[in-house]
Design a protein around this ligand. Structure first.
Ligand code: GLA
Length: 410
């Protein structure tokens, strides 16, 4: 067994390197629901009325979010992704919702969502077309920003398909200016770095000044290999991307796919724990009308959500890799730490991990209080720097803990 390879240092204590977009939004990672991963571009409302991209889908999701405790848990934004508009703009050059699938129009839908105490998100693209081939905003940034503001939309996911990759920065910042000019606070969710990486290293200072969150890597799929690849990319690029995360601007590893078909329960726990450690937006893409109680409980777990929404607003790191375990840690307010132990060995049974090996354990000198949150809640009591506490972690599962220092004079 080899020793832990700790890559920490200053980074764990550094504040964000640049100013955030100053629109007063996303001071904590955004929470809500986004249609893409689960419902994709299903526009056949004749054959599949319950699952097609239509105003009904968002109204039903909003209803469930209020009735079933999602809003109460913090999930606030109901977000439309691609495939909502008509293929043609109107005579004034404005985007229009598909009249058959959105007979009331987006403004009415926004009113409905607001009447439930929730917020509405919409989707557009910085280039000539959206990724699914609907009209893009290139040449129409001001018109589209004003249209979204007139409809009382609260969030814009701005995709990067069909755009000259050398002009992404220009496009994303011009749209930011257009949104700002409307005077309506609209949370700005970008995919700028994802599309820029193939041509050059993105400028994260500029991105943080422009966007409230930004996608860096591939679309999430409903599979453990997809979730794993996102974690791997994030850890491999952590020194580049983490300094730019903080209140007002976050790295976005894409949607939570918990409650769908592809992840075992242990893997769902891993996604939830690691998305909280990464200070990621918690945008679920699942069918809240029909979700298994265990997934619902996990998504609504207050202790995990508290880690995600911690007021210090610092993104966590992968701090070590040893013996087919990964250790991820996030600094929390009041000098606390969240520690996640991911068992990446996909053969065999549960394996024990000695927590003392985590970097954050240094706050246990002289003493700390430890709470285990996953796989089950357990108060582990007062520990010292020398305690030999072992947590058991299932294959592709995660143990999640918080560690609270107890100072010698308290
Ligand atoms: C891209 C984005 C996805 C989704 C689709 C829609 O692939 O990365 O999140 O918005 O486009 O077409």
């Amino acid at each position: 067994m080899c020793c832990l390879l700790f890559v920490l240092g200053l980074v764990l204590s550094a504040a964000p390197a640049s100013e955030a977009l100053d629109n007063g939004l996303a001071l904590k990672p955004t929470m809500g629901w986004l249609h893409w991963e689960r419902f994709m571009c299903n526009i056949d409302c004749d054959k599949d009325p319950d699952n097609c991209i239509s105003e009904r889908l968002y109204m039903q999701m909003a209803d469930v979010m209020v009735k079933e405790g999602w809003k109460e848990a913090g999930y606030e934004y109901v977000c439309i992704d691609d495939c909502w508009p008509s293929h043609q703009r109107d005579a004034q050059g404005r985007l229009l919702a598909d009249p058959k699938r959105f007979p009331g129009g987006i403004k009415k839908l926004a009113d409905y969502v607001h009447s439930m105490g929730l917020k509405l998100g919409i989707y557009a693209d910085v280039g000539k077309n959206t990724c699914a081939g609907y009209p893009g905003s290139l040449g129409y940034y001001e018109t589209d920003a004003q249209t979204f503001a007139d409809w009382n939309v609260d969030l814009l996911k701005f995709d990067g398909c069909y755009m000259d990759q050398t002009r992404l920065g220009e496009g994303y910042s011009n749209m930011a200016k257009a949104l700002n000019k409307t005077g309506r606070p609209i949370l700005y969710s970008c995919e700028w770095p994802l599309y820029e990486w193939p041509v050059r290293k993105p400028n994260y200072t500029a991105i943080r000044e422009t966007c409230n969150h930004w996608r860096n890597f591939n679309d999430v799929y409903d599979s453990w290999s997809s979730v794993k690849s996102i974690l791997e990319w994030t850890a491999d690029h952590q020194d580049i991307i983490i300094p730019s995360a903080g209140p007002g601007g976050w790295n976005d590893p894409d949607m939570l796919v918990i409650g769908n078909f592809g992840l075992s329960h242990d893997q769902q726990e891993s996604q939830m724990a690691l998305w909280a450690i990464m200070a990621a937006p918690l945008l679920m893409s699942n069918d809240l009308r029909n979700i298994c109680p265990r997934s619902k409980k996990l998504l609504q777990n207050k202790r995990i959500i508290d880690i995600s929404q911690d007021p210090l607003g610092r993104q966590g790191y992968r701090t070590g890799k040893v013996d087919n375990f990964e250790v991820w840690e996030r600094p929390l307010s009041k000098n606390r730490r969240a520690i996640a132990i991911l068992n990446v060995q996909e053969i065999g049974g549960p394996r024990g991990f000695v927590i003392r090996a985590a970097t954050g354990w240094n706050i246990c000198n002289p003493q700390c209080n430890v709470t285990q949150i996953l796989p089950q809640y357990r108060e582990m009591g007062v520990q010292t720097a020398h305690s030999k506490m072992v947590v058991s972690v299932n294959p592709s599962g995660t143990a999640l803990l918080t560690v609270t220092p107890i100072s010698s004079n308290s």
